[in-house]
Write a protein that binds this ligand. Structure first.
Ligand code: HEM
Length: 504
């Protein structure tokens, strides 16, 4: 049997493999695809990616001089945009045809994607959910209404750090910031307090889900064999994702149920996002065949809680780490805040416009550490960019990390330099394509207006009230471990712990 296999079946298999590889190359060469590294048979360029795919893609794009680059990831054709110019094409000029999402198999687990703003294609359902949360959470009148909530959240953060400072205990910066960010979102959505145990559990879930959902999965690269789940990777990931989704939905369901009971009992409205969503319950979109029901509400709320807390937290963590590594910048921004606030203890939102260095800290942190490193798009029609064809169905990655670091606009792009924003009026609102940590175009980050406020307020308060130093062991090792953990959110591989001393 073994002899038969070696003599007959193996050569046939090799011929089939080589001819399908040659056919694929021939087919690709006639399609005017963007240039890219040479793919191997079967696996394509998968071997050239690693644990930090945003960096691997950046290296490949630089090596091949290809700001628009083709990659074969197993059986899947992907195109990577790595320059401000190609990002503008994908996210602005051709956005109507490239704004669907490329969703990994594990993200679909638990059924969450069917009612998620993050995953849905740009149809009426996506529009309705996005419009509802934008109007109820992120519109200018709602921002005015929710200012006291942000103040409360920041006070909670300062109180927590102050407790650690008085005990001389190190502060886990990310965890403290996460509790504040999630607490704020919880209040804005449910008008209630979040207990510390639930906050801790959600924090763990968000971290785990972020890494799981972005992990390599063979089913994503070979969709034809996905049902077989050859390495059981999908099944394992799906089981864990389902558990995470089920737990979060359960917590959200409890809040929905509580609100329904209060409404029936005739209690006054809270006029928060949950009230607005329940007002729409039962509305049906006949054209697309979906209804605003409990599933839709759950999906929307979960997106906001998860997407909103993880990315804000990571940005605060990276900002504090960069400032600890760059004491001159830390002193510069602390002096600026002191100059504006004097002995006043609480930072207010109207102070922020008078703090250009603080604003530069936020921009420079988002430039070096965009917490969503890769935008995941998909072409819904064949589009042409710079003379190259991107066929319908292609996965289109926008390497936000690479663009923010390597755009020609930046001198010494690897350095944390606040001065680079002295003259330049570059902002991250989605029009300057060399700085797009929130993406751009139709799918630009929904929570950007809230994130912008929270990042400045939280950082200013941490820097105004406390003096920060590294742990002695970090100092002895020559600095912090700045390694990255890739996930849906790019976080610090070693969570930042630092020592705070209260100074006001
Ligand atoms: C530092 C903080 C944040 C960063 C860096 C960030 C970044 C991003 C990026 C890059 C995208 C993808 C854009 C694209 O595909 O072109 C995104 C999407 C999204 N973000 Fe954020 N985000 C942050 C905070 C928030 C907050 C606070 C919320 C909500 C409370 C939020 C909710 C969302 C949602 C719902 C989407 C999906 C939008 C869609 O697909 O239509 N984000 N964010």
């Amino acid at each position: 049997m073994a002899a038969f296999f070696l003599a007959v079946a193996l050569p046939i298999l090799l011929v089939v493999l080589i001819s399908s590889y040659a056919l694929q190359l021939f087919h690709d060469s006639r399609r005017r695809l963007p240039p890219g590294p040479w793919p191997l048979p079967l696996i394509g360029n998968l071997h050239q990616l690693d644990r930090l795919p945003h960096r691997a893609m950046a290296r490949l794009a630089a090596r091949h001089g290809a700001p628009l680059m083709s990659l074969r990831l197993g059986a899947v054709l992907a195109v990577v945009a790595s320059s401000p110019d190609t990002a503008r094409e994908v996210l602005q000029r051709r956005n109507a045809d490239v704004a669907a999402r490329s969703i990994g198999d594990s993200m679909r687990a638990g059924g969450h994607c069917d009612s998620s703003v993050l995953c849905l294609p740009l149809r009426r359902r996506w529009r309705a959910l996005r419009r509802l949360s934008a109007a109820e959470l992120f519109s200018p009148p709602r921002h005015r209404d929710t200012e006291p909530l942000r103040r409360e959240a920041v006070s909670g953060l300062v109180f927590l750090v102050s407790g650690h400072a008085s005990r001389g205990a190190a502060v886990d910066v990310g965890r403290a910031a996460h509790a504040a960010a999630l607490g704020l979102l919880w209040r804005a959505v449910f008008s209630g307090d979040l207990d510390a145990a639930t906050a801790g559990e959600v924090s763990d879930i968000v971290g785990e889900a972020s890494v799981l959902a972005a992990g390599p999965n063979v089913s994503d690269f070979f969709p034809a064999v996905a049902p077989a789940d050859l390495q059981v990777v999908r099944q394992r990931m799906a089981r864990r994702m389902e558990k995470l989704v089920a737990w979060t939905y359960m917590v959200i369901d409890q809040q929905i149920e509580l609100r329904r009971r209060r409404r029936t009992a005739g209690e006054p409205r809270k006029n928060d996002l949950l009230d607005a969503a329940l007002d729409m319950e039962g509305e049906v979109d006949e054209g697309e065949g979906w209804a605003m029901n409990q599933d839709a509400i759950r999906g929307m709320l979960m997106d906001l809680l998860v997407a909103g807390s993880g990315s804000t937290t990571s940005t605060i963590e990276w900002a504090m780490a960069e400032l600890l590594q760059n004491p001159r910048c830390m002193a510069q921004v602390q002096d600026e805040i002191k100059g504006v606030l004097g002995t006043r203890r609480h930072v207010e939102e109207h102070d922020i416009s008078k703090l250009p260095y603080l604003q530069a800290v936020v921009k420079e942190t988002l430039r070096l550490h965009p917490t969503v490193p890769i935008g995941l798009n998909k072409a819904e029609a064949t589009v042409e960019i710079h003379g190259y064809k991107i066929p319908e169905g292609t996965t289109v990655y926008v390497n936000l990390w690479d663009i923010c670091r390597r755009a020609k606009a930046w001198d010494e792009p690897e350095e944390f330099m606040l001065e680079r924003f002295d003259k330049d009026d570059v902002n991250f609102l989605g029009t300057n394509f060399e700085l797009i940590p929130f993406g751009a175009g139709r799918r630009i980050c929904l929570g950007m207006p809230l994130a912008e406020r929270m990042l400045h307020l939280m950082l200013a308060s941490l820097l105004h009230r406390f003096e920060w130093t590294m742990l002695p062991e970090d100092g002895q090792q020559g600095g912090l471990d700045m390694a990255e953990q890739f996930g849906l959110v790019l976080s610090m591989a070693t969570p930042l712990r630092a020592v705070a001393r209260e100074i006001l």
